[in-house]
Design a protein. Structure first.
Lengths: 223, 253, 253, 223
C-alpha cells in the first residue's frame, strides 16, 4: 500500500477530533487556524483570540463583507456569533494565564521528547517575534502541536532536545503531524496513530527520540 | 467644566519631548491603530523615543506590500500608518514589542534598525506585556508570573517559586504617553470601542501620565451608557477626532 | 451544547465540601448580594468554610436592625440574607474581609465569633483584596503593592522597595467557589450587571475553580451584545435564576 | 467676640473650596460626604465611590425614588448623572491605587504632626474595619482630613504621634476642623485659618504639636 501524507486540512481535521463539547480553544496561525472548519458534529466550541475576542464565528473570505473592527489574532476578519464576548488585552490574557483556556493548538519548529516546544523565534532572524505563544504554551490546560513531521530539508522536527529557543518547557500533550499522532507524557513519546501506509519503523526513522507504540495503535481515521 | 477634546493631533502631542516613552495601542489591524497620533509624533520629530506596542509595525516602506498581502481579506484605507514610521525615521531608540520580526524574507523597519545597532529591542510575551501595562495603570510596581520562566524571555530576570512553580518577577511598564484609538468619546474622556479594536487600546488607557485617545466621534455627555463605558474618563487626558476624509501622514492635522 | 444554567440553588452548590474557600460577591448593598446562593450554602450545612467578602455581613440577628436603619433611604426586600448567616450558624472558620466590625455598639456575627475564638479574621484593605482576587483570576501568584506598608495590615508580610517606595508582597486569593450576583446571563454564562451591583461580583468571577452566578434573568444567546458583556462566560461554570417571588432562606430552592 | 465652632456642614463647605474644576474625588463617610453639597459654582467635579461608580449624582433622600442598584460606598442611593461610568471593584481600585484620584476627603480619629492618619480600626473593638481607607490614604494624590478638632472627651485629635493604629503614614496634606484649617508638610503643621473668634493660642491649646502660623493667617471664610 502506498504511503500517504496528510495535507494541512487533514491534519486540522484530526486535531479537531480532540475538541470536546464546550471547550474554550485558542488556535495558532497556520494549520491550527484550519481546525475551526472541522468541529465534530454536535459539539459547541468557543474560539478565543489573543486580541480579546471570545466565541467568534467563521473567517470571512470576501473583503466586501469584512468588518475591519472584528478580526482575529491573525488579522483575519471574522463573523459575529451569538454569545460572543469582547474583552481588552489584559483580560484576554487573564483568560489564558489564569488557566481558563481548555486547549491551545499551536504550530511548531520543534518539539522535544519531554514536550518542550520551540515555535517562537524565527530561524534566521536576529530578533524574533513571540506574540502570545509563551502565554499559551505555559498556561493552557492542554497543548496540541499541529505541524509537518519533518522540516523542508527532511530533518525531524520531533527531537531529543530542541536546538531552537524553547517557547515553554514540558508543555506539549499531543503532536499531530502529516504522518503520525503522538502522545507526550513524563515517560516520553507514544505513537498512537499513523497515516495510511506508514509503518512504525518508517515513522521512527523520521523521529529523533524513541517512540513507544500504544497498545491501541491504529491508522489515523479521517472521518 | 471638564472638556478633554483637543482641536488637532498636532496640538495633542505638542508637549511631547525627546526621550519620552510611548505606549502605542492596537494589536495589528488598521482599524485599531492610532494612525493620526502616530503621524503627529512623526511630524513633531521628537527623538530617542521608547515605544511599547504589540507589533513593531511596517512603516511606509512595507505599507504597500502589506496592503497587497491583505487585499483578499481586508481593504486597507489610505490613512493607515503605524508605529513603523517612527522607527524608519530614526525617532526610536528602544522598542518593547511582542512582534519584532516579520514572517518570511521581508524585514520590518525594526529588524533593519536593530541589525544596524540603532534600536534596542526588548521582546516580551504578549500577555506579560499586557499585564505589565495594566500593572502601571493599577499602581502595582511588580508582579510574579510563570510565563517565560526558564526560557530566553526570562534571561536576567529574578526567579522565585510560588506553589511549586517557577515564576519570573515582572516590572510595570510606566510611560509618559499612551496613544490609543477608540470609537466614541464624550467630553469627560469616557470611551467605547467597536469589536476587536478594544485590545491594547483599552489596556493602555491610564497606564501613562498622559493618555490621548484618537476617536471616530465625540458624543454628548450621557449618550454613552454608564454600564457600557469601557474606559472611564479618569484614565484619559486628551481626546482628538479623526478627520472625515483621509489625510497623508505629513500634512498637519 | 453549552448550557450552564442549573435548575436550583441547592443543585448549584451540591458538590460543596467542608473546608471549602468561598468568594462571596457584593459590596454591602442588598441588590448586589448573592442571597439565594448564601442561603443554599446555609441549608447544605457545610462547615469549616473560609469566606472572602468585602463585609462580614449582618446575619439574621441584626437583619431587622439593618432594615430599620436603612428604611429612610432604601426598602430592603424580604429575601435579603447575607454571609453573616453562615458565620452565625458556625459554618465559617476563617473570614477574609475588609469590614469585620460594625460602627457603634452593635456587634456583627463575626465580631462575636471572633471574640469567642471561633473564627479567625484576616483584615485586608479593600483594594488589596480586589487585586488579590483579580490576581487569582489572571494567574498572578503574587504582586507588590505600596498599600499598607509599615502599618498593621502588613504585619508579617514581606517588604521590598520599588522606585524608592516600600511595598508589601501580596498573594493571590484562590478559592474553590465564587458566589456572585448578576443581572442578566445567557447559557454561555456571559453576564451583565446593573449599576453599582458590578463591584466585587465581576471581580470575583473566574477567581475560583467554580464560579456560580445568581441572576435576575436568563436571555437568549445573542441578546447580550458582545461589547456590553462584562463577565465573559469562560469565567462562569453555573448560572441560577432567582425566584420570581421571595422565599425564606430555609426553604429549599 | 464670641468663639464659634463650625458645624459639620460648615466644615464640609470649607473643604469643598479646595475642589478644583475637573477633579476626581473620593469622599469618605460622615462629614466628607456632605462636601458634595457645596461644590463651588462653575466647577465640575467627578465623585468616585469605592464600589465602582465614577461621576455619580446627588444622594436620593426618598426611598420611593431610590434605585437599589445604584448606591455609593456608604450604601446611599444616588442619582445617575450624564457621563457617569461603572467599573468593577478591581478597576475601581486601579483608579485609586494607580494614582488617578486627585483628592480623598477622609474622616479621622487622629492625625499626627507628620501627617500620619489614624481612621480605621474602631476604638474599643477587638477586630476592626478598614474598607478602602488605606488604599485611599496611601494612593490619592492629595488627602484632606475633615473632623472635629477634639474628641468627645475634649482631647486633641491632632497629636504628636498617633496612639490609634496608623492607616497610612505621612499622607495628610490638609486638616479642616470645626475651629481651624491646618496645612501639613515635611516641616510640620501650619495654621492657615481660624474659626470666627478663635485666637492662635486657643487653637494651639487644643492641638498637641506646635502650630506655626501662616503669614497669610486669616479667618475661615464661609461664603
Amino acid at each position: 500500500m502506498a504511503r500517504s501524507r496528510l495535507d494541512e486540512r487533514a491534519i486540522a481535521f484530526r486535531v479537531a477530533k480532540e475538541f470536546s463539547d464546550g471547550m474554550v480553544i485558542n488556535l495558532g496561525i497556520g494549520i491550527p487556524t484550519l481546525c475551526a472548519n472541522f468541529i465534530p458534529l454536535g459539539r459547541e466550541i468557543l474560539f478565543h483570540s489573543e486580541n480579546g475576542v471570545i466565541g467568534f464565528g467563521e473567517i470571512i473570505e470576501n473583503p466586501n463583507l469584512a468588518d475591519p473592527t472584528l478580526i482575529n489574532a491573525g488579522s483575519q476578519p471574522v463573523l459575529r456569533r451569538p454569545g460572543m464576548a469582547i474583552v481588552d488585552q489584559a483580560e484576554s490574557f487573564a483568560v489564558i494565564r489564569g488557566g481558563h483556556l481548555d486547549l491551545a493548538v499551536l504550530g511548531a519548529f520543534q518539539v522535544s521528547e519531554q514536550g518542550d516546544l520551540a515555535n517562537t523565534v524565527m530561524p534566521g532572524k536576529s530578533i524574533g517575534s513571540i506574540g502570545g505563544a509563551q502565554d499559551l504554551a505555559f498556561c493552557a490546560k492542554r497543548v496540541i502541536v499541529a505541524m509537518t513531521h519533518v522540516d523542508r530539508d527532511g530533518r525531524p522536527k520531533i527531537v531529543r532536545r530542541c536546538t531552537s529557543p524553547v517557547t515553554a518547557p514540558r508543555c506539549v500533550n499531543l503532536i499531530v503531524t502529516d504522518i503520525a499522532v503522538i502522545a507526550v507524557s513524563g515517560e516520553g513519546l507514544t505513537l498512537l496513530e499513523y497515516a495510511p501506509g506508514w509503518s512504525v519503523e518508517e515513522i521512527q526513522a523520521l523521529t529523533e527520540p524513541h517512540l513507544r507504540t500504544s497498545p491501541t495503535l491504529r491508522e489515523i481515521e479521517l472521518l | 467644566m471638564i472638556d478633554k477634546v483637543v482641536g488637532s493631533f498636532d496640538e495633542a502631542v505638542s508637549d511631547m519631548r525627546d526621550g519620552a516613552t510611548l505606549l502605542i495601542g492596537g494589536f495589528g489591524g488598521f482599524a485599531e491603530c492610532p494612525s493620526y497620533l502616530i503621524a503627529a509624533v512623526a511630524r513633531k520629530g521628537v527623538k530617542n523615543l521608547t515605544i511599547v506596542a504589540n507589533s513593531a509595525g511596517w512603516g511606509l516602506e512595507f505599507r504597500d506590500q502589506l496592503v497587497a498581502r491583505m487585499r483578499p481579506l481586508l481593504r486597507y484605507p489610505e490613512d493607515y500608518y503605524d508605529q513603523g514610521i517612527l522607527i524608519e525615521r530614526g525617532q526610536v531608540s528602544k522598542a518593547i514589542v511582542s512582534f519584532a520580526a516579520a514572517i518570511g524574507h521581508v524585514q520590518t523597519p525594526l529588524e533593519k534598525k536593530a541589525a544596524a545597532g540603532e534600536v534596542e529591542v526588548e521582546l516580551v510575551p504578549q500577555g506579560t506585556m499586557a499585564e505589565r501595562i495594566r500593572a502601571a495603570k493599577a499602581g502595582i510596581p511588580a508582579f510574579y508570573s510563570p510565563v517565560g520562566a526558564g526560557t530566553f524571555t526570562a534571561q536576567g530576570k529574578e526567579v522565585r517559586q510560588f506553589d511549586g512553580r517557577e515564576c519570573v518577577l515582572e516590572r510595570a511598564i510606566r510611560a509618559d504617553y499612551a496613544l490609543i484609538r477608540a470609537h466614541r468619546a464624550d467630553r469627560y474622556g469616557n470611551l467605547v470601542y467597536r469589536g476587536s479594536t478594544r485590545t491594547f487600546n483599552a489596556t493602555m488607557a491610564g497606564a501613562a501620565r498622559i493618555t490621548i485617545a484618537e476617536v471616530d466621534e465625540i458624543v454628548e455627555l450621557g449618550e454613552l451608557e454608564a454600564e457600557h463605558i469601557v474606559t472611564p474618563g479618569v484614565y484619559v487626558q486628551r481626546v482628538v477626532v479623526r478627520p472625515s476624509s483621509p489625510r497623508p501622514w505629513n500634512v498637519p492635522s
